[in-house]
Design a binder for this molecule. Structure first.
Ligand code: DHB
Ligand code: MG
Length: 226
C-alpha cells in the first residue's frame, strides 16, 4: 500500500479504479465537484463519501422510492445532496449536524444546489434531535461520531417504517473492527454495532467491504423487518 491519505492507506490502483468509475459511469457532475471543493476550502476533514458512494446512495433512494430520508452526520453536505437528488422534488431529507462550522458549509452547498427546499438541517447534538424527531423514514444514513453508532441505529430503528433501510458508513476501518485497540473509541463503537445487530431480531443485515480512494472500509445495510 503506497499512498496514505489521512489515516487511510490507499493503494494507487484503488484510487485509479475510482477515477475510472467516476469518469465513465457518473457523467458530468460539476456540481458535486463544486460541493466537495467548498468543503475542502473551508478546511473540513476529507472524510465525506466518495463520488461513487454518493451516487450509490442516490440510486438506492430511487430504487426504493424513498420519500423521507434521515441522515446522521451532515459534514459539508456532500452525501446529503446525493440523498436529496435521490428523493426527488417531492421528497425530504432531514440531516443532523452538531458542529456549527460544518453546518455553515453544508448550508452554502444546499443553497447553491437548488435543492435546499427539500433539506432540513438540525444543528445540535444528533442524539437530542433524534429524541424529538418524528418518523417514519424510508432510509437512514448514519455517518457521524462512531462511538454513538449503536445509539443512532436504535433511534433509526424506532423512526423507520417497516421495510426501511438503515445504512451505516465506516464499519470496517481497515480491519480495526476485528480487535479494536483500547484507545480506539471509533472502532469500539463500530464493533459494538455488530453485536447489537446480532441481538436485534427486527433487523436483516449485511455489510460490504470496500476499497477505493477512501481506503479500506465498508458500509452496513440493515433492513427493518415488516
Ligand atoms: C472518519 C469518519 C468518516 O465518516 C469517514 O467516512 C472516514 C473517516 C473518521 O472519523 O476518521
Ligand atoms: Mg463516513
Amino acid at each position: 500500500m503506497a499512498g496514505v491519505a489521512g489515516w487511510k492507506n490507499v493503494d494507487p490502483a484503488w484510487a485509479d479504479v475510482d477515477t475510472l468509475i467516476d469518469t465513465t459511469l457518473l457523467g458530468e457532475d460539476g456540481a458535486s465537484r463544486e460541493f466537495a471543493q467548498r468543503a475542502a476550502d473551508a478546511g473540513l476533514p476529507d472524510i465525506a463519501v466518495s463520488p461513487s458512494q454518493g451516487r450509490f446512495l442516490e440510486l438506492i433512494c430511487r430504487i426504493m422510492g424513498a420519500h423521507r430520508v434521515l441522515e446522521v452526520g451532515t459534514l459539508g453536505g456532500y452525501s446529503t445532496l446525493f440523498l436529496a437528488r435521490g428523493v426527488g422534488k417531492a421528497g425530504e431529507v432531514v440531516t443532523l449536524e452538531a458542529k456549527r462550522t460544518y453546518a455553515a458549509v453544508a448550508q452554502q452547498n444546499f443553497d447553491a444546489s437548488g435543492m435546499g427546499d427539500r433539506i432540513t438541517m438540525h444543528v445540535r447534538a444528533a442524539l437530542k434531535s433524534l429524541a424529538e424527531l418524528s418518523g417514519p423514514f424510508d432510509l437512514t444514513f448514519i455517518d457521524a461520531d462512531k462511538p454513538n453508532n449503536v445509539a443512532y441505529v436504535k433511534h433509526a430503528l424506532r423512526l423507520s417504517r417497516p421495510g426501511a433501510l438503515i445504512i451505516v458508513d465506516n464499519v470496517v476501518r481497515e480491519g480495526a473492527v476485528l480487535a479494536p485497540a483500547e484507545d480506539d473509541e471509533s472502532a469500539k463503537g463500530t464493533r459494538a454495532l455488530y453485536e447489537f445487530v446480532q441481538s436485534e431480531p427486527r433487523l436483516e443485515a449485511t455489510a460490504l467491504q470496500t476499497v477505493g480512494d477512501k481506503g479500506w472500509d465498508g458500509m452496513m445495510f440493515l433492513r427493518v423487518r415488516d
